[in-house]
Design a protein around this ligand. Structure first.
Ligand code: COI
Length: 365
């Protein structure tokens, strides 16, 4: 029997005209819908109190352990409106599985698929009018969903909290990057590292993102939009961008991405790209790829494109890699033909414009 959610509807929902205005130009992560989900966990009562309630500030005890030790995890997943008005999400069971992996690493309680997917359905049942309608095939608007879990027990000792809250909030979204799809410049962080073996790199926890911000500032001071991280042990192997995975297109049809280790986040988009690449006749390869290989294969023209991928940013071509003393560009400036083809294939599935032959979509509304 699926758990049912008690719904407490907002008595001050956003006026239709204001919401419609937001949906014409939502930006990314700036506006939030009228409701949120909450499920509570305590060591004695397990998960309980499933609720959809008005969106609003949380009341937290100043001693809540998330505020001190960062015991927190989150997910990113989107809801897409199809041409017939129905609303769907993409591979939610992959996010649910990753959320449990992150929970185990952060010593948080695990949430079942049923509660994870059920919470998204329950929120969408209330807030489906917030899912934007794409105006063209190039319009990648969606409702970005942010499930997260925080340790809420008021206690100053360092141990796993005995009280935890799970929430889902939702934010209408346009393209993650302001200018839409155009090649980004990437800064290669030589000093900062994102993750080390045995650490939390594979988990989607706030601390990983907090730790990437100084490197991101460094990237911006060098005119770059994103930062790439190398492995902590040898400073040799490409890992990820911190919020996105990386792919390298070789001229012989190989599509290479760093092999998963416990220092790399397993992206749902990454996993989907590997499958779609095979469908498209490319040869996906998951293996270590070094910064030296990137430099040399870019110079010889063996690598023809580099792109980044993630739920928020979908697929974004990488224009150049900038380091302290060099700029690694692709011959003929790369072009983005393969990246854009994979991007279109993925978006066409997500928006219901092509057959979902891998069974990746789940209907929400
Ligand atoms: C996502 O792609 O959904 C993420 O969580 C990454 C973040 C940079 C927005």
């Amino acid at each position: 029997m699926p758990t049912s959610f008690e719904t407490l509807p907002s008595n001050q929902p956003t006026a239709d005209s204001i919401r419609d205005n937001i949906l014409t130009n939502p930006g990314f992560g700036k506006h939030f819908t009228d409701h949120m989900v909450n499920i509570r966990w305590t060591v004695d009562a397990d998960w309980h109190g499933h609720q959809v309630r008005p969106y609003g500030p949380l009341v937290l005890d100043p001693a809540a352990s998330v505020l001190h030790y960062g015991q927190e995890i989150f997910e990113g997943i989107k809801a897409y409106r199809h041409a017939d008005g129905s609303v769907w999400t993409f591979r939610p069971e992959k996010n649910a599985e990753r959320f449990r992996r992150s929970a185990r690493r952060l010593a948080l309680p695990e949430l079942t698929d049923e509660d994870f997917i059920g919470s998204i359905k329950a929120l969408l049942a209330q807030d489906h009018t917030w899912v934007p309608t794409p105006q063209s095939d190039a319009d990648e608007c969606s409702l970005y969903l942010r499930p997260f879990m925080i340790a809420t027990e008021a206690f100053l000792g360092v141990r796993p909290a005995h009280e935890v809250d799970y929430y889902v909030i939702a934010s209408p979204a346009a393209s993650y990057f302001k200018g839409g799809v155009s090649p980004v410049s990437i800064w290669l962080s030589s000093h900062y590292k994102r993750a080390a073996a045995g650490g939390t790199g594979f988990a989607k926890c706030g601390g990983n993102y907090a730790a990437s911000l100084a490197a991101q500032k460094e990237a911006e001071s060098h005119g770059c939009g994103q930062v790439a991280f190398l492995d902590a042990a040898e400073s040799k192997w490409i890992e990820e961008l911190g919020g996105m995975n990386l792919f390298f297109v070789f001229k012989d049809g190989r599509l290479v991405t760093p092999r998963l280790t416990d220092t790399i986040l397993e992206g749902v988009t990454r996993n989907s790209v590997l499958t779609l690449a095979k469908d498209m006749g490319l040869t996906p390869e998951e293996r270590p790829i070094s910064i030296d290989e990137w430099r040399e294969a870019a110079a010889t023209g063996e690598i023809t494109e580099v792109f980044a991928c993630g739920t928020a940013a979908v697929i974004t071509p990488v224009g150049e890699l900038v380091t302290e003393n060099e700029r690694i560009r692709l011959q003929g400036d790369g072009g983005s033909e393969v990246a854009m083809r994979i991007r279109k294939t993925l978006l066409d599935i997500q928006y219901g414009r092509s057959e979902d032959k891998h069974g990746w979509l789940t209907q929400l509304v």
